[in-house]
Structures are given as structure tokens and as C-alpha cells.
Design a protein around this ligand. Sequence first.
Ligand code: NAD
Ligand code: WQD
Length: 358
Amino acid sequence: MKILVTGGAGYIGSHTVVELLSAGHDVVVLDNYCNSSAVALQRVEQIVAGTVAGKAGKAGVLQAVEADIRDRAALDAVFGAHAFDGVIHFAGLKAVGESVSKPLEYYENNVGGSITLCQAMQAAGVFKLVFSSSATVYGEDAPVPYVETLPRGKTSNPYGSSKSMVEQLLTDLCSSGSDLQASNWSVSLLRYFNPIGAHPSGFIGEDPQGIPNNLMPYIAQVAIGRRAELAIFGSDYPTLDGTCQRDYLHVVDLAKGHLRALEALTQPGVKAYNLGTGQACSVLEMVRAFEQASGRPVPYSFAPRRAGDLPAFWADASKAAAELGWTAELGLDQMMADTWRWQSMNPEGYSEDGSCKP
Ligand code: NAD
Ligand code: WQD
């Protein structure tokens, strides 16, 4: 297949491009690099050259286009130059706190950008789409574990609302047919839980700009000495140790889920899938697991609760297992070991010259 990957230079996108190329698919990445580096794609090529060389299969070809998903003319040019079998749509803004202070930017990029992308796809006759959604669409009041039969809930920030809106617009597209002609659209809404970890090579991983918002990169930066200590937001939640629990999954497992979802787009219609492990882990458990994997101490102190955090949620991941044949295979130890390898090989993230020293 030939696949357009929007946001393919980013954290989850780059890991997915490795899996696509390794499986022999050709990939065009479209990214404006607003939260990523073209160096990530050089590293992807290095990984694929290393892992696929000598194996029976032939790796796919990677091309990159620097463009914005809100730029219709640029999208038309890309669709005009390639015959795509489908699109995996990662591009968007993802910082929850920033979305509260900059709602217009979030709706413009995430919702407006998705509309422009769908318009360009429709004009080009490409109707298969895998969309990066989030467990956040279940909202604040959903019972755990989250299961796909639950309705989308009340979201607590513009980022979450933008994901819900795009899910709704894609659902509407899939039912936009008439009595005479059914809709051609075939869409998979992938609801990620908490992706962490890095490629086992240590060549690609999560490279947040500025102070990390998320737990795993923060812990990794404390361990490498870039930050003094972790502030744990809340110690009085109704959980086993008082800290919040989440369903953390390895980004390589998550990347593989995209291939399964793409292959399953054989019929028109929309389907939502949870991608998680089905197990929850507390912040303190994460700290201990990271210390064990890295051999480094992770100093922490308790801080007040962070606004908007839910005590605990995790996935019912049985639908993806039954319908996509996908289950998360990599455990917490592997997530921690791979995060540490990425962090220690790239203490400052992607370097400008693209080098990576094992
Ligand atoms: P990321 O920021 O690393 O990747 C997003 C990529 O999209 C970046 O390379 C960025 O430069 C690009 N981009 C942003 N706006 C763009 C635009 N207008 N045009 C072109 N490119 C643009 O984020 P990620 O963690 O890899 O997340 C990928 C997707 O998954 C996002 O849509 C995110 O909302 C969603 N998601 C992420 C998580 C998570 O915890 N990381 C969880 C659930 C859902
Ligand atoms: C995990 C736990 C924090 C940082 C977010 C988005 C969600 C999805 C994934 C995109 C929480 C605690 C964190 C720190 C801490 N993204 N924490 N100290 O909030 O579950 O999910 O990322 O779709 O939409 O909301 O992940 O990694 O930020 O936090 O104690 O410095 O770690 O309070 O309990 P979260 P996270």
C-alpha cells in the first residue's frame, strides 16, 4: 500500500512509519514540524535500513513533504502526485493545558485541519482514514474500564473537545450516503490511552519542547539530570497508593495497532477502538519501575492535584483484540528500559546534525 501519514515526524507517527516501511508499505509523511524535527525521519530510515536489510521482505519507500494540513493547495498537490490507498492522520496539537489558553489554535489545527484533509481526500477519491483519537473522548464521568459502547462524554478542555468533534464529523461523513449511493468512507477512530516508551534501538522517542507536560518524559528528564525532581500531582486520590492510575502502553505496540486498523478498513463505515493494555498503573509505581530499569534515582515530592486529572482510568481492550487481532504485547519493564535507552542516547532529544550515538 501507499499511505499518507500526516504528523508522521512526531512521536507516535515516527514509530508508526517504522512499522509501515518495515511491512513493505510506501509512505509519504506530511508534517509542518511545529512539534517535531525532520531528524526523526532520518532516524526512521536508519532503523528500517538496519532491521530490514538481509530479511526476505523489502522495505517501503519514505518521502517527506513539509506542509500544513490546513493548506488545501498543498494537500491537493500531494494527492495529485501520489495514488494513496489510505491516510493515517496524526497531525494536530496535543498539549491539554495550552489548549485551554489557546482554544482557537487547537480548534483550527485539530478540527479545521481535519476538515481540510477530508475535503482533499474526497476530491482525490481517497476514503480510508485512520484517526488519532484519545481516551479523553469518554469524558469526565464514564465508568471504568472504558469500553467503546459508551457514548462520548463531557470533555474538560478544548483539546479533548477537538478530538470528540473530529470523531463526530468522521462519523457523519461515514453516514453521508443516500438511498442511491452509500458513503465510500471507511474510518477507524483509534482511542489511545497513555502511550510511552521508545523504539528499542534508542534512535527515536518522545522529544517534548520545553518542560514536559506528561509523566514519562518528565521522569526520564529527572533521571538524566535535566530536572531536579518530579512533582507528583496529588497523593490523596481514592487509589491503591493515593496517586492517579493510568493505562500506559508501549508506543511500538500502539504503532502496530495502526497497521492492523489500516488492514481492517475493508468496508465502508466507522469503527472506534480502544488501544490500551487493559491495566492501570499508579504514578508511584511508574517512578519505582523507572528507577529499577534505569538504575537511577528519581527524586520526587508531592504537589497539589492538577486541575482536570481523573483518579483512574484504563481500557477495555477486547474489541481491538477480537476485531483487529491486536493486543499490547510489551510490558512496563520494556516501556521503562526503552524510554531510558532513548533518553540516555539522546539527552537533549534530536540533535541538529541528526547523529545518534549508541
Ligand atoms: P506529536 O506532537 O509528537 O506529533 C504531532 C505531529 O503533527 C508533529 O510532528 C507536528 O509537527 C505535526 N503537526 C501538528 N500540527 C500540524 C499541522 N497543522 N500540519 C501538519 N503537521 C502538523 O504528538 P504525538 O504524541 O505523536 O500525537 C500524535 C497524535 O495522537 C495527535 O493527534 C495527538 O493528539 C494524538 N494523541 C496523542 C496521545 C499522546 O499521549 N501522545 C494520546 C492520545 C492521542
Ligand atoms: C499521567 C499521570 C498526572 C506529570 C494526557 C492527556 C490525554 C492524552 C495522554 C492526548 C497523571 C501525573 C504528570 C507530572 C505527575 N493525550 N503527573 N507529574 O493526563 O493521563 O493524559 O496525555 O490525547 O488526553 O490528558 O497523562 O502523562 O500528563 O499524566 O504527577 O509532572 O501523571 O497527574 O496522574 P494524562 P500525563
